[in-house]
Design a binder for this molecule. Structure first.
Ligand code: AP5
Ligand code: MG
Length: 212
């Protein structure tokens, strides 16, 4: 099964993606996670990505398309299927993705679109905490870890207020044409994102299980 998960920053893409890949056994491909890993490893790609990400801007398409193409070409993708999270983010990326998939003889089965009002997202992003060891995402209020110790968790650099504002602006502007592009192809499944995490997952899970 080959899926995309879409939604504004903080909609819950990463949270749902972790549950989807666990249940359905497909490969999780998150461009944001790939860039953050490159930043942590202080590679050239990381250095470049950081200069855009910290401001809340998109990394240039040619860079992002390149890493996605390379990742989609790896063997596990063909074997297990994939869930793309955070890509495509521009209409150009969506068109490039079509070309990449054609070249690799892969087909997209569905787009999971997590819908939520943008006014709810600042609260989600400002309370997000990530476990330093496991990389798992939690929320101080909405999804607190059982054994919370402040020193075991960090906050993302781009969850600071100025970057959040910019990320929301950029993603609201760029996201609509992409959803329209996939609606035309009858691939979009809308999911109500303003419910508890487990209830969102019930809906997501039901949708994926219902795909032919
Ligand atoms: P990326 O890492 O993709 O970030 P994003 O799209 O801004 O989305 P987030 O990861 O912030 O949100 P999410 O939807 O995953 O929410 P989460 O599940 O964590 O991209 C970061 C940057 O990388 C971009 O700005 C750009 O610079 C660059 N980049 C990445 N891809 C790119 C591309 N294709 N092209 C160019 N540049 C690219 O949840 C958020 C919080 O809410 C958590 O604390 C969580 O616990 C909580 N939460 C989740 N669900 C619920 C719920 N149902 N109820 C209550 N709380 C919830
Ligand atoms: Mg995410």
């Amino acid at each position: 099964m080959n899926l995309l998960i879409m939604g504004l920053p903080g909609a819950g893409k990463g949270t749902q993606a972790a549950k989807i890949v666990e249940k359905f056994g497909i490969a999780h491909i998150s461009t944001g996670d790939m860039f953050r890993a490159a930043i942590a490893n202080q590679t050239e790609l990381g250095l470049l990505a950081k200069s855009y990400m910290d401001k809340g801007d998109l990394v240039p398409d040619e860079v992002t398309n390149g890493i996605v193409k390379e990742r989609l070409g790896q063997a596990d993708v063909k074997e297990k299927g994939f869930l793309l999270d955070g890509y495509p983010r521009t209409l150009e990326q969506a068109q490039v993705l079509d070309t990449i998939l054609k070249e690799l003889d892969l087909k997209l089965d569905a787009v999971i679109n997590i819908e939520i009002e943008s006014s709810k997202l600042v609260e989600r992003l400002s309370g997000r905490i990530i476990n330093r060891k496991t990389g798992e995402t939690y929320h101080k209020v909405f999804n607190p870890p059982a054994d919370y110790k402040e020193e075991d968790y960090y906050q993302r650099e781009d969850d600071k207020p100025e970057a959040v504002k910019r990320r929301l602006e950029v993603n609201i502007a760029q996201g609509q044409p992409i959803i329209a592009y996939y609606r035309q192809q009858n691939l979009v499944h809308d999911i109500q994102g303003d419910q508890e995490i487990d209830n969102v997952f019930k809906d997501v899970s039901q949708t994926i299980s219902g795909l032919k």
